[in-house]
Design a protein around this ligand. Sequence first.
Ligand SMILES: *[C@@H]1O[C@H](CO)[C@@H](O)[C@H](O)[C@H]1NC(C)=O
Length: 269
Amino acid sequence: MAFAWFPLYVFLFGSLFGDLLAQEHFIVGGQNAAEGDAPYQVSLQTLVGSHLCGGAIISDRWILTAGHCVKGYPASRLQVASGTVRYAQPGALYYPEAIYLHCNYDSPKYHNDIGLLKVNETIGFDALTQAVQLPTSPLSPQGTSELIFTGWGAQSAAGSLPAQLQRVQQQHLSRQACRSLLSGYEDLELGPGHICAYRQANIGACHGDSGGPLVHRGTTLVGILNFFVPCAQGVPDLFTDVMYYHDWMRQTISGNGKCAQVNHQTIIG
Ligand SMILES: *[C@@H]1O[C@H](CO)[C@@H](O)[C@H](O)[C@H]1NC(C)=O
């Protein structure tokens, strides 16, 4: 009989402990963001306001997010909530008129995970709504830069989304250190377009954080959340390196995006 008690004990303890954790920890291990803390943050949503992914305002018509957040969605099925730390109470809603997905999205797996949304109206900027700057140089390869990540992702792998935006202090991780921490994950190949962030176990990204912004010095967007092992289990979070995709973004925004190996460039809803 003794063995039969074991799962019950784990279940009871796990759910009690889980509830306690859920009250205190979000993202995983983050804190409530104050109004205006991350004015570039958006919530990418279905038209009934369900949060799908994070994203960042990079100009008054363009949102940057992860490719896997927009893959397969016609533009007409998405909305962008901005100017708020509560995704269910947007400062404003914008509607994409076109979605651009990287031609080599997910090839190889988890690579080129980047997408741009063009909204059909000019985004109004104010204290709670601003574009984030794009980087002009890469982060130091030593991986010492302090970074801020924000998102409405779950506070635990089985948890629900917090109403209020969470922020967490992250650290850029050198490629060498990242590769060694990822060594147990054979299908995860660190590519030239990835950067890693990691501080410690119990701090990191979870479901709903994808596509969200990793920012340096409070002003510069260095990464977009690409891949995480759910959730905050002591494995670095992988981000799409915004600097690496500078040319792709510039060409796409200027209307000169070309695919060397065309799969799918534009989905117009
Ligand atoms: C933008 O799209 C939304 C949703 O389709 C529509 O209601 C709105 O009128 C559009 N705005 C403009 C300026 O076309």
